[in-house]
Design a protein around this ligand. Structure first.
Ligand SMILES: Nc1ncnc2c1ncn2[C@@H]1O[C@H](COP(=O)(O)OP(=O)(O)OP(=O)(O)O)[C@@H](O)[C@H]1O
Ligand SMILES: [Mg+2]
Length: 259
């Protein structure tokens, strides 16, 4: 069984079949892409796999354990972290607080330690802060650690989300359009960061992106979703020449004109 294994997952929103018979085998350390036109069901797939919605049918296993229907915090604690298509940040918290908060799921000093300020608590707090700064350095925003996120440019806010996701030390990282709204310079930087994160932590990464050149460069295998169904799956060189993908998603001119 793959690190993240999805079998025959289907989901209805009322009468709308948003995802139909979806299957996935995401191996440890692999980078996969999920592409498809607007409304194809890409974010719904992420929401189903991270516990925001429960699939109408099908089974999801993470590292051999069934996670179908488990709540998001439980799935995160088992090693699946994500970022969101529409940023999901606390506007008036600082960058550092965001990352530290994610680490608090791992503290062991308990209520008594917190109340009495035991040495164990001080040690753990120092370790949490140091780890948070390390992650912020990795994504290139440690100099913004004390800024509240509402004051940051969009590209920096996306990096905060990424650092927060990494703070739970995931085995699998989902990125839902991590470059949405970014300018070309920020886009190149984000690609570099994703490569760095992958190399540093040897994570499996599952990436939703409309910037197809980026998906083609980063991913080993790409799935194409159209009306909730996978219409093509394979390595980038196969996907960019697949007539079904070109017809359904890329337009008849192909990949080059779509980026
Ligand atoms: N919570 C919901 N309730 C009802 N319908 C929903 C819900 N979430 C998504 N949908 C519908 O499911 C379909 C798939 O939406 P989804 O957001 O997954 O598409 P997407 O591929 O991520 O699109 P985009 O590229 O625009 O982000 C759409 O028709 C959408 O309107
Ligand atoms: Mg989406």
């Amino acid at each position: 069984m793959a690190l993240l294994q999805v079998d025959h997952m289907t989901h209805f929103f009322g009468g709308l079949r948003a995802v139909h018979d979806y299957n996935l085998s995401l191996e440890a350390g692999q980078i996969r892409g999920l592409i498809g036109p607007n409304g194809a069901g890409k974010t719904t797939v992420f929401n189903l796999l991270t516990g925001i919605h429960t699939p109408t049918e099908g089974h999801i296993h993470l590292d051999g354990q069934e996670i179908t229907g488990k709540p998001p915090h439980r799935i995160a604690s088992l090693g699946l972290a994500r970022t969101f298509q529409n940023l999901c940040l606390w506007r008036h918290m600082t960058v550092l607080e965001h990352v530290k908060m994610a680490r608090y799921s791992r503290i062991s000093y308990g209520l008594i330690g917190a109340f009495f300020g035991t040495p164990k608590r001080h040690r753990e707090e120092a370790a949490i802060e140091a780890k948070a700064h390390t992650l912020l350095q990795l994504v290139g925003i440690d100099h913004l650690a004390d800024q509240v996120v509402v004051n940051l440019p969009y590209g920096a806010q996306r990096r905060v989300e990424l650092a927060r996701a990494l703070a739970i030390e995931p085995k699998v990282l989902f990125l839902d359009e991590p470059t949405a709204g970014m300018n070309p310079e920020e886009l190149v930087q984000m690609m570099e960061i994703i490569r760095r994160v992958h190399a540093e932590f040897d994570l499996a990464i599952y990436l939703i992106e409309h910037r197809l050149k980026m998906v083609m460069e980063l991913c080993e295998v790409i799935q194409t979703l159209v009306f909730g169904e996978v219409v093509a799956e394979g390595p980038p060189e196969e996907i960019q020449t697949n007539p079904v993908v070109i017809e359904a998603y890329l337009g008849k001119e192909g990949v080059e004109s779509s980026c």
